[in-house]
Design a protein around this ligand. Structure first.
Ligand SMILES: Nc1ncnc2c1ncn2[C@@H]1O[C@H](COP(=O)(O)OP(=O)(O)OP(=O)(O)O)[C@@H](O)[C@H]1O
Ligand SMILES: [Mg+2]
Length: 229
């Protein structure tokens, strides 16, 4: 299976090369665990290789999102230039209708040749559906549509809990090709950022919880380190 390199140090090594190309991957985690940062760096690393990226922000204001990105990733070279030239196009989607979302994606992917797509966060799509079954069905049709595109997608899902193992949803219910969970783990008297690959179809991955750090020149996943939980 062809891979798309996330470009995030340590993560591609954990995945034996990258995430499956043209598939949809979920990045889930509690509030402030680093979901948006992972997605931004994924687009940045692609853009540096000439791949167009689209960042659909569903919850956060686009200006604030960019402000935070420049703050967090102050040492990522040419980030501002890639955003100005729309190699990384950040679009705030104010509607919660999945049809509008599909139309924006359709236009961007077919007319601009976007190769990396981020939907942050998909949790808000829940609003407007009476039951979780209805929401799930709409998510399925979105994922079904995404699976027809020549584009690799990261969808973020915000989890209500910070705790590992208690995700608030059935992981296997997600018809995505991969799930990466981000945690803020309490270790002794502090919290540590850590991640775990919960699922990655057709990829042999490292089944370990490993620490990571968000640094000005990018995220570092310490894939050889062990966390004792
Ligand atoms: N200037 C900075 N440098 C390094 N790390 C920062 C900086 N500002 C914030 N952070 C870290 O980045 C984390 C936020 O990352 P991010 O916004 O990617 O998380 P998120 O999971 O998307 O959050 P949310 O649930 O609010 O959407 C914060 O918890 C903080 O620890
Ligand atoms: Mg976020």
């Amino acid at each position: 299976m062809e891979r798309t390199k996330t470009g995030i140090r340590g993560l591609d090594e954990m995945l034996g090369g990258g995430i499956p190309k043209d598939r949809s991957i979920v990045i889930c985690g509690g509030p402030g665990t680093g979901k948006t940062s992972f997605c931004m760096e994924f687009l940045y690393r692609g853009a540096m290789e000439g791949e167009k990226g689209l960042f659909l922000t569903l919850e956060e204001n686009a200006a604030h999102l960019l402000q935070d990105a420049f703050e967090v990733f102050s040492k990522l070279k040419r980030l501002d230039e890639l955003i100005k030239s729309k190699t990384i196009n950040v679009v705030q989607v104010k509607t919660i209708s999945s049809i509008d979302l599909l139309n924006i994606i359709k236009k961007e992917v077919s007319t601009r040749g976007v190769k990396r797509l981020v939907i942050d966060s998909s949790t808000i799509l829940k609003i407007g559906y009476k039951t979780s079954g209805d929401f799930r069905r709409s998510l399925y049709s979105l994922l079904d549509y995404l699976s027809t595109l020549d584009c690799t997608t990261l969808l973020t899902i915000e989890l209500p809990t910070l705790e590992r193992g208690n995700y608030g949803f059935e992981v296997e219910d997600f018809v995505v090709d991969g799930i990466i969970a981000l945690y803020d783990l309490p270790i002794k008297n502090r919290r540590i950022s850590a991640l775990e690959v919960l699922k990655m179809r057709s990829v042999k991955f490292d089944k370990k919880v490993v620490p990571f750090a968000i640094e000005p020149d990018g995220i570092k996943v310490f894939q050889t380190e062990n966390i004792l939980i």
